[in-house]
Write a protein that binds this ligand. Sequence first.
Ligand code: SF4
Ligand code: SF4
Length: 80
Amino acid sequence: MAKREGHVFQVDSDSCFGCAACVALCPLDALRLEGLLAVVDQGKCTHCDHCIPACPVHALAIIEEVDLPGNNRLPELVAQ
Ligand code: SF4
Ligand code: SF4
């Protein structure tokens, strides 16, 4: 699946409890754990959706860039 333009992969840090299910599933090593929080490498993630159904607390989503809390834009997306 092609990367969705104008979208970013988001981990809900309030819900994630660090089970690592998503980390184990990502074929591109785009996810890692930092403590008990999954962190995505936006540059590696291709928005394939593979990991999203695996999260038991539905903490993963691909959202429109403008939907980020506070309308924060990620530096690599601003540069595009
Ligand atoms: S959407 Fe795909 S590429 Fe992105 S983190 Fe999940 S499994 Fe990895
Ligand atoms: S599967 Fe969900 S709860 Fe588990 S590490 Fe990933 S985002 Fe966090």
